[in-house]
Design a protein. Structure first.
Length: 434
């Protein structure tokens, strides 16, 4: 009996050891499989996260509800196109000729077989471009907010340095007062400067927290998450060849592609209207005007885009020219502050002179940050090919403008998209008079 008890104890001990080993292996496996660079789970647990710009954009794209709707719109447009193509394939060609005894059936069949598939293809293209532009728009927003967060963090550092200088100036004033070379007013002035620097530092920290709140909201992170940007806030020139860039945009910009699709649809619609109606019939005339409107809209879109690109290029050039000046101004302000400080230490400058030099240095530091921020923002339209037109809309924002129903022939059963004027069939064309 004792033997069997000992044997059972050994079995239990071995079983526990096996379970322990399996548990350790499972933990090790999880550690190996878990993505170390994800950071979002770490943010939820510890409240802190380090993010590069690229990773921040990825998180925003994953969490944005508008993009989910845009993806669904693409899938819906694919289904609608397949439905239109199937309906067109099922319709015999001889049933949509102008020689049919019933013009109503002939025209409606022509719409189903020739017009609607083009319309639905346009709507799919517009939806796909809208999704791409929406994704680029999110990337642009995240990059702009990322730079704002970086600028706010750099401002905090500058204000901390300014407070350190103010405290050193106060120490110098107190030392001079003890040596009998400075009056009490000098000390009071420097104490006021320290208090002012502390207030400005607190304001800078609050602004940083507000920028962090906006950043977290944009990415869909918990609002209390403390984000540490890993990218540097630096001036990195972007080389843009305006002529070459314009040529590319005029060929591939989504707003122009939508306008081109709309013109193609209008021409198909006019072609089909011409098979059933003479030019004096309202239906034909509306289809002809639809082509003219589409041509004018395409020309307007091209002009608006070119103006927007040229303006953005001028903004980029201005921002690029402003940075070296701001940098030189900072160098000058630092040197002046250093000289005035030396003069103050030996009694050749007043506290007012020193405070003025400190203020000029702080202003120059802020000017450099502003110049970097402006230039980084000026680059984003060229990086993501999104430009604001004169009408206030984004040239490149893929609104579904390329798939609307053209004037003239009606699309039966398709009025839910972008309906054109209803077609009231009026009988044989020769019976119609203007």
């Amino acid at each position: 009996m004792e033997f069997f008890l000992r044997k059972e104890e050994v079995r239990v001990s071995n079983k526990r050891a096996s379970l322990l080993a399996a548990g350790l292996a499972l933990v090790a496996g999880l550690l190996l499989v878990s993505p170390a660079g994800d950071g979002v789970q770490a943010a939820e647990e510890s409240g802190a996260i380090s993010l590069s710009l690229t990773r921040a954009q990825e998180i925003a794209l994953e969490n944005n509800d508008d993009l989910k709707l845009a993806r669904l719109a693409v899938e819906n447009a694919k289904v609608a196109l397949r439905e239109a193509e199937d309906a067109a394939d099922d319709l015999p060609a001889d049933s949509v000729t102008s020689y049919t005894g019933n013009p109503l059936l002939g025209a409606a069949g022509a719409v189903t077989k020739y017009v609607t598939p083009v319309q639905k293809a346009n709507e799919l293209g517009a939806a796909e471009r809208a999704l791409q532009d929406a994704e680029n728009g999110i990337r642009l927003q995240v990059e702009a907010m990322y730079y704002t967060l970086l600028e706010a963090a750099e401002t905090v550092k500058n204000k901390e340095a300014a407070l350190g200088r103010a405290k050193e100036n106060l120490r110098l004033a107190q030392a001079r007062q003890e040596a009998g070379t400075a009056a009490q007013v000098e000390v009071l002035a420097q104490e006021l400067a320290v208090n002012s620097a502390e207030t400005e530092l607190e304001a800078a920290r609050n602004n940083h927290q507000k920028a962090l709140l906006d950043f977290n909201r944009l990415l869909g992170l918990p609002l209390e998450t403390q984000v540490e940007p890993t990218d540097e806030f630096t001036f990195e020139p972007l080389d843009v060849a305006l002529g070459e860039f314009l040529d590319q945009e005029l060929k591939g910009n989504s707003s122009l592609l939508n306008a081109s699709d709309a013109l193609k649809l209008a021409r198909v619609n006019l072609e089909q209207a011409g098979r059933f109606y003479t030019p004096n019939v309202y239906t034909y005339r509306k289809a002809a005007f639809g082509v003219q409107q589409a041509e004018a809209a395409q020309q307007r879109a091209e002009t608006q885009l070119e103006v927007a690109v040229r303006k953005a290029y001028l903004d980029l050039s201005s921002a690029a020219a402003a940075y070296p000046l701001a940098n030189k101004g900072l160098e000058l302000a630092r040197e002046r502050e250093r000289l005035v400080r030396l003069q103050y230490e030996v009694g050749l400058a007043t506290s007012l002179d020193l405070t003025g030099a400190e203020d000029a240095l702080a202003e120059a530091e802020a000017g450099v940050l502003t110049a970097i921020h402006r230039y980084n923002l000026a680059k984003t339209p060229f990086k993501y090919r999104l430009f604001t037109t004169g009408a206030g809309s984004a040239a490149g924002s893929g609104a579904a403008t390329g798939g609307g129903q053209p004037a003239g022939l009606a699309s039966p059963g398709m009025a839910a998209a972008t309906p054109g004027p209803d077609l009231t069939m009026i009988g044989p064309a020769e019976e119609v008079r203007p």
